[in-house]
Design a protein around this ligand. Structure first.
Ligand code: ATP
Ligand SMILES: Cc1cn([C@H]2C[C@H](O)[C@@H](COP(=O)(O)O)O2)c(=O)[nH]c1=O
Length: 287
């Protein structure tokens, strides 16, 4: 079950911190596992105690549910380092909540207890010597846990899930840049993501130099495993994300991320409100 404690909360555009704002900011590589945010205003009534299924049966049940059509909407934000994804996830969540919509913010790698442990492992660079193929499988393992623990349950209850990076990052970082065989990337995606594909992917586009400068100016941490790659790597990342947006225009929208946080937020809201039929606002509970 996903917890109802505050999750990875994308940081504020005004802040120079990258680390999640709630719970209080901590250096990313030592951050405690975070879980999904439930933006619910009202607390759920305590559930009657249930007999616990064994973990394998629970996973099978979640996967079976995943095959059924989810009623929620799944939005992902992608792009290079420092493009403003976390900032805009937070802003989008605020707008959705203000409209009374049940919205959940999460991130990759991470977004569930197990996946946050994997995040720490991968971004510390511990797996770098094993190469991009090993890293791709680690990202996929983290994604499988994140989907089962957080994303699918939220979609099943009708929430809008807004995720900071998802499978497109594996396609781009490990596939296009890491030269992992595209058949393996596609197979990993098929096994982990299955039918839970994003309804909308917003690709934040910014010159690599600007993104890296923004990321460097962010206080509280040094460059992680991928940020510390050279400029050529980050330029190639941008090109790969742009190519991805062009190849899947039904799902992806390229967002010019050079403007102010407010201008980018507006462009994102335009894309979300024109591309997606959002769920109805939740009815407030009488007190
Ligand atoms: N439109 C903007 N203009 C100027 N600065 C911005 C803008 N959006 C975000 N920032 C700032 O740039 C830094 C990076 O933003 P943010 O952490 O949201 O990017 P990110 O895409 O999530 O980065 P990463 O991929 O490295 O996690 C932060 O300090 C943030 O406050
Ligand atoms: C999901 C995913 C992520 N990455 C890389 C991209 C970034 O460098 C880091 C995540 O850090 P962020 O500050 O939260 O953006 O991980 C990747 O290489 N492959 C993936 O699938």
């Amino acid at each position: 079950m996903p917890t109802r404690t505050p999750p990875h909360a994308p940081d504020s555009a005004e802040s120079t911190e990258k680390a999640p704002a709630n719970p209080p900011a901590k250096p990313r590589r030592t951050a405690k596992p975070k879980t999904v945010e439930d933006t619910s205003a009202a607390k759920p009534a305590p559930a009657a105690p249930k007999a616990k299924k064994p973990p394998a049966a629970r996973k099978a049940a979640t996967r079976a549910k995943a095959a059924a059509p989810a009623t929620g909407r799944f939005i992902t934000l992608e792009g290079g380092e420092g493009a403003g994804k976390s900032t805009q996830v937070r802003r989008l969540l605020e707008r959705l909540q203000a409209a009374g919509i049940d919205a959940v913010g999460t991130r990759e790698p991470g977004g569930s207890t197990g996946a946050e442990i994997m995040r720490h492992l991968i971004l510390s660079g511990a797996a770098k010597p094993l190469g991009p193929l090993a890293e791709a499988t680690l990202f996929a393992a983290a994604r499988a846990d994140h989907l089962d623990a957080t994303i699918r349950p939220a979609l099943a209850r009708g929430a809008v899930v807004v995720c900071d990076r998802f499978a497109d990052s594996t396609r781009v970082y490990q596939g296009a840049l890491g030269n992992v065989d595209p058949r393996l990337i596609a197979a990993l995606e098929q096994v982990t993501v299955g039918e839970t594909r994003p309804d909308l992917t917003l690709i934040l586009d910014l010159p690599a130099e600007e993104g890296l400068a923004r990321a460097a100016a962010r206080s509280g941490q040094g460059a992680d495993r991928f940020e510390s790659e050279g400029l050529a790597f980050h330029r190639a990342l941008r090109a790969a994300f742009r190519a991805l947006a062009e190849s899947e225009p039904e799902r992806c929208v390229l967002i010019d991320a050079r403007g102010t946080p407010e201008a980018v937020e507006e462009a994102i809201w335009q894309a979300v409100s024109t591309r997606l039929k959002l769920p109805s606002p939740r009815r407030r509970r009488r007190t």
